[in-house]
Design a protein around this ligand. Structure first.
Ligand code: SF4
Length: 496
């Protein structure tokens, strides 16, 4: 039985029990002997400053879908992160020639009375209103914590309301309290898409040129163009899913000869489904960020489509051109240090790229860690010591670490660079869908931006002089990982 036969997808804690949220230790160059995840997964924190609700990345994907209404079913605050997603949606639509098109999200704004008497009626009325007002192809009815707690049945509401509306209704189960791992978000969205937007059988015969490329919310059109360019050199045509994919286009995924992941922790749920149900094989190794990673990624694809030699030739040519272009930047990078913070795969792959550019990596903070990324961590382990922190945000640990390590540059998500900046550390964003990060083009672009930051640090120096962080002086003297309990007991030390 497939996971997709059930109304609700399993949470990551059940599907990948080795997934970890808390870790802080120096990697000492030996590489993992067994599964590092199995050890890390037991750990927890006795104090936690923040967390990431899976709704955040799920909304990032859902809000990008054209001709779609995202109908949040929950408390009004649940949808608020869609305002942040809208920046990406607006920019992504403008890049695709649809300037002015924004994310379309609504909320049932459940109140106290709905908590007592149930919110299903309100959801049904909102679906009908959304259909009449916006005439979308799809309405995603997204369950937050509240309906999950009071027992609203969003699948039943969808079924009963479907005959009254033109749009296809897709129930999405994203109750934040169910999972502590934001990666659950990807499965939740793929579950809804897989159950409701794919045909019962492949749409038609296999298209030997077509490959599915699973994109992520943190990559923009510029990255898609680079990937399409590289695949085009092998005679392949890339169809990108799920971000910014029209609901009608998902059916094409069943006809492709191959599915390709750009972020393994993002895609395994859907790729297994495409293989099991539609016989579309997949590759889920490496992220095309970094020079060697990109080459390995394209060579793997070449091998899968019977063009390994052509892919090796392509990688060699691209590497040689890129290395020549990077030469002017390297004198400034030599001996400089860096700290990288992002999702697990992105943080590790970006660190590999920085090492290729001549940086020494002092620390990496990944939002979670699972078995998909062990191979990436092992690549870094072979090249020297660094601190590896697994933290679903926890800026207090980051502030302590940065104050000790004093890296020359910090690379992090757009909403996560302020701690470093207020400590006077130059920062470079590694999540801006208007910038290039992937492939050979992305390596060059990131090097160019980092070079500019390091060459002109005055802004950050001034911020460091006047910036204030909310932590007491004695926190900076404490062990940054003193709240991490490797045995998983979250009880604070002093209470035990
Ligand atoms: S944790 Fe629950 S209530 Fe909070 S944003 Fe996520 S789904 Fe909504």
């Amino acid at each position: 039985m497939s996971y997709l036969d059930s109304k609700t997808p399993p949470i990551r804690e059940l599907r990948h029990p080795e997934t970890a949220l808390a870790h802080g230790r120096t990697r000492c160059g030996q590489g993992p002997k067994k599964s590092v995840c199995a050890i890390m997964a037991q750990a927890d924190r006795s104090f936690t400053q923040g967390s990431i609700c899976p709704l955040l990345p799920a909304l990032g994907i859902m809000c990008s879908l054209p001709e779609t209404v995202v109908l949040m079913h929950g408390a009004i605050g649940c949808g608020s992160c869609a305002n942040g997603s809208n920046v990406n949606v607006r920019a992504g639509n403008a890049a695709r020639g649809q300037a002015g098109q924004e994310a379309l999200w609504l909320s049932t704004a459940l109140n106290e009375a709905n908590v007592i008497f149930g919110g299903e009626g309100k959801l049904a009325a909102a679906i009908i209103e959304a259909d009449q007002t916006y005439q979308p192809k799809v309405i995603l009815t997204v369950s937050g914590c509240l309906p999950g707690v009071i027992g609203d049945d969003i699948d039943n509401v969808a079924q009963e309301t479907q005959s009254q509306v033109k749009a296809k209704i897709l129930p999405v189960h994203c109750e934040g309290f169910k999972s502590r791992f934001m990666a659950t978000a990807y499965d939740v969205v793929y579950h809804a898409v897989g159950r409701h937007l794919l045909p019962e059988k492949p749409l038609g015969p296999k298209d030997e040129r077509a490959v599915n490329v699973m994109n992520v919310g943190s990559m923009g059109l510029v990255d898609e163009k680079e990937i399409a360019r590289l695949l085009g050199e092998l005679g392949l045509k890339a169809n990108f899913f799920p971000v910014f994919a029209n609901p009608d286009s998902f059916a094409l995924a069943t006809q492709a000869r191959l599915s390709i992941s750009v972020c393994p922790t993002h895609d395994d749920y859907f790729l297994h489904h495409l293989q099991e149900k539609y016989n579309v094989p997949f590759i889920i190794r490496h992220m095309p960020i970094g020079i060697e990673n990109t080459s390995q990624w394209i060579i793997d694809i070449g091998e899968a489509v019977g063009q390994k030699d052509a892919a090796i030739k392509l990688a060699k040519k691209e590497e040689s051109e890129l290395n020549e272009a990077l030469e002017p930047f390297k004198p400034l990078f030599a001996g400089k240090t860096a700290f990288v913070s992002a999702g697990e795969y992105r943080s590790l792959a970006t660190s590999l790229l920085l090492r290729e550019l001549g940086f020494k990596i002092l620390g990496i903070r990944a939002f979670h860690f699972d078995s998909f990324a062990e191979v990436e961590l092992a690549k870094l382990d072979r090249q020297g010591d660094f601190i590896f922190n697994v933290a679903n945000v926890q800026p207090f640990e980051e502030a302590n670490l940065l104050k000790r390590l004093k890296p020359d540059i910090f690379l992090g998500h757009w909403h996560g660079n302020s701690t470093a900046a207020r400590l006077g550390i130059p920062t470079q964003v590694i999540y801006n869908s208007g910038y290039a990060y992937m492939g050979y083009q992305g390596a060059y672009d990131l090097a160019r931006r980092v070079h500019r930051r390091l060459a002109h640090p005055a802004f950050y120096q001034r911020l460091g002089r006047y910036g204030v962080l909310p932590y007491k002086a004695d926190w900076y003297l404490a062990d940054p990982f003193s709240h991490i309990r490797e045995d998983g007991d979250p009880t604070p030390k002093e209470v035990r």
